[in-house]
Design a protein around this ligand. Sequence first.
Ligand code: BGC
Length: 602
Amino acid sequence: MATTTLTLFLGVLALTSILSFNAEARPQPSDEDLGIVIGPNTGLDDDLGIVIGPHVSEDLDMVGPHTNLEDEELGTIIGPEFEIHKHDFPKDFIFGTAVSAFQVEGAKKGSGRGLTRWDEFTHMFPDKVERGDDADIGVDFYTRYKDDIKLMKELKTNGFRFSISWTRVLPNGSVRKGVNKEGVKFYNDLIDELIANEIQPSITLFHWESPFALEMEYGGFVDERIVEDFREFAKFCFENFGDRVKNWATFNEPSVYSVAGYSKGKKAPGRCSPFEVLNCPSGDSSEEPYKVTHNQILSHLAAVEEFRKCVKCQENGGKIGIVLVSHWYEPKDPNSSKDVEYARRALEYQLGWFLRPLTYGHYPAVMQKDVNIRLPEFTEEESEKLKKSLDFVGLNYYGAFFTTPLTNTNSSELSYTNDLGAKISPEQNHSPHLKTTSMGIVIYPAGLMNLLRHIQDEYKNPEIYIMENGMDEIDNGTKTLAEATNDYGRKEFIKSHILIMGKAIRLHNVRLKGYFIWSLMDNFEWERGYKMRFGLYYVDFNDNLKRHMRSSGKWLSEFLDSKESLHKCYFEGHREKGYAPKLFDTEYLDPDNWRLSYASDI
Ligand code: BGC
């Protein structure tokens, strides 16, 4: 006991000396029962070159977390508790909200916007979208953006992430085929209004809306001709908006675009091989996802080249990166070496697929081995350029999954999913108390810590922005206003992740620069339509799309106004505590509905 107390004391002293926050360290209470749950599997895999699992090392000893013996079997590391205030985050830290053009703008008709592949998908395959919803109206952000900026102010946020709809500015995909001035004006006005309200715009160039004209011409991202068209689009945006926008991302979740769109057929363009679960009119799941990824990476490179040449962007201090999604993976059975191996594989297939080329110039070794000749290669020149193509990493984090090898795969059915060969599920053997969201993703704030540290260790300690994090719920529009706005679960979800971010910066010097919550308001959730909701604002589809602040939004505004602090959250510790109260009536997986029963897009 005396030793423990001494260790704790020394640990706190050491911690105090390495704080990177601009505020003074707060007194650190006891270590009992709090803290970071880090994955049960430890190990270095030479082949994969990654370490997954607890970062049990000297630096942890330094900062004083203590292993709780009772939790040892789970591999849990219990860390010190913190109290975190908004002003504990670095001064230039961005707290923002996020949306994407297709999901919110609407204004499909009469605004000069050209068609995208998603317009086609929603209208041609309504059976692939919940209730046959489409995004023709979205939540009418196009005409209501000024009022929506007031909502951002109300939340006290200082950042807003949105995407540019390629076909709103270039209706047929390229400058030579015409520019839509009204679309350019819309984004200029939006940017100016944000800046006038002291909200920093953060732009994503491609959030899955491929121009239909280019799809018809050569098939969009399956063809390498897309690279030069994307270069032109990116250059056009830098020239028009780069004098005011400092934070740029080329692609949003390119892995989802490749896998859900070209291997599983779940999302536009809805392509897959005949053996996949969904019926696709055409496609080839064995090759197309890899080609599409390759072309997205080369398009990223082309855009970055243009960005470096854009004088106004450089003078404005602009930075460019990419937004990648990754879940945190743990073995379904931590005692099974196969399950452990498959957790590592899943991380490499999802995050490493992009972050290895963008950091080291080549695809992950494990994918080169498995996918072999179906995996395109980079030239030496491309590899060299790729290594310098990121100013920051954007990370979308929603939660965790558990892995075990897939059984009964047919070796003639080649696809991304079968190459990975992992069964990715929310079921776990060692921690039955974890909760899933309505989409089936395991709520696991500690996974964010693991992922941040993995990126820090494995990918040369880049600057990181969390570009999306949030929690869904199902609401068909049948809830009362009081029910719909009382989102205790989402509030706790957000609090837990903010606490983890604070710890990541403070304990581990993770170079975290911003946090964007998905989403400002409910919107068109792709193939799940409007009933799947993520908003800090509830949108009433029965009353002229009126926005109403939810309690999560209220809490956020109070935290950002320094009226609320954080020291302990429900989700962060619930694995240890072993209780999991019900959050939403409809949050549980719906076994009869494939769209809700399995969330992973990889
Ligand atoms: C996407 C968003 C989406 C969100 C919630 C991310 O995969 O970037 O467009 O709405 O997750 O599912």
